[in-house]
Design a protein around this ligand. Sequence first.
Ligand SMILES: C[S@@+](CC[C@H](N)C(=O)[O-])C[C@H]1O[C@@H](n2cnc3c(N)ncnc32)[C@H](O)[C@@H]1O
Length: 300
Amino acid sequence: MADKDDIDFTYSLTDRVFRLSLGELADFSGAKYDGDFSMSLEDAQRRKHEYVAEQIGIGPGRRVLDLGCGWGPLLNFIRTRGGEGVGVTLSWAQEAACRRHGLDVHLQDARQVDRDTFGPFDAVASLGAFEHFCSPDEYEAGRQEEIYRGIFARVAGLLPPGGRFYLQTMVFGRNMIPLEQVDVHAPRDSDAWYLALLGRQFPGSWLPADMNQVVRCAQPGLRLVSSSNGRLDYIQTITEWGKRTGARSFRKSLLKLRLVPRWLTSPDFRLAFTSGVSANKVCFERELLDHHRLVFEKTG
Ligand SMILES: C[S@@+](CC[C@H](N)C(=O)[O-])C[C@H]1O[C@@H](n2cnc3c(N)ncnc32)[C@H](O)[C@@H]1O
C-alpha cells in the first residue's frame, strides 16, 4: 500500500494549497454530476453525499466509518444529518485539519480497521482511498487480491447483516498498458509517460484491474447491490479542480513559495505537481483509467 510517506507526499505537502483552493472541508474524489455538467462542482459533490446517504443509510444515530476520509467532507455531511462519523487517514495534515473542525478523525491505516479499533458500525464508506491500498510492489508480488480480500473481510466484520458499504474507486481502464511499459522517459504525451506521471503523483499506489476484480474480492461477505460508472463525471470534477487550484491568490502564492526548496531538490515533486498537465484527466480521457461507485451489502 501507499505508506505514510507516500500519502504525506500526495496530501500533506500541498495540504494548505488544496484547502485554500477547494475549501476547508474539500471533497477530493469524483463528484456526481450524472452527466449534467451545467451543475456546479459544489452541487455535484453534495449530490454525491446525498447519494451515499440514500445507499448506506446516513441519519440520526447512525454510526458511519469513513475509510480514507481526506479533509472530512463526508464526515461533516454525516454530522449535519445527525449521525456519528469516524474517519481515518494516513495524512497527518488531513487529520489535523479535520480535528480543527471537530471531526472524529484518526491517523490510522484503513486496511487494518476491525471491531477492536473503533467498535462496530451501521455503515462504512470509502471514497478515493481504495486506489492507495495496493502498491506496485505488492501487485508485482501477486498480493493484490489477498490485500483486497482482507480489507473487505474486515469491513464485513464491522457491519451488521444487511449493513452497507459504499466504495468509490478508480480502476484501470480498458486501454491500460502493462506495468513494465510505464516509463517516465517514454515520449511526452504517450500513455506510458502519463501513467508514469500519475505514479509520481500517487507513489505507492496501484489500481484494481477492473470492477470485476473488486466485486469478486468482496465476496463472500459482501454482495454488490448496485454500481454506476463515474468516469465522465470524474473528468468534469478534475476540470473544475483545475480552475480552482489555478486561480491566483496572494496567500496561495506565498504558500507555493514555501514549496520552492522542495521543487528545487526533488525531481519527483517537480514531475508530480509542476509538469503542467493533469495526468489523471488525460488517463480518464484515454480510458487508461475508469471509475466506479459500488454499493455492497453484508450477506448472512
Ligand atoms: C483522494 S483522497 C479522498 C479523500 C476523501 N475520501 C474525499 O472523498 O474527499 C484519499 C484519502 O485516502 C487516504 N488513505 C490512503 N491510504 C490510506 C490508508 N492505508 N489508511 C488510511 N487512509 C488512507 C488518504 O490519506 C486520503 O485521505
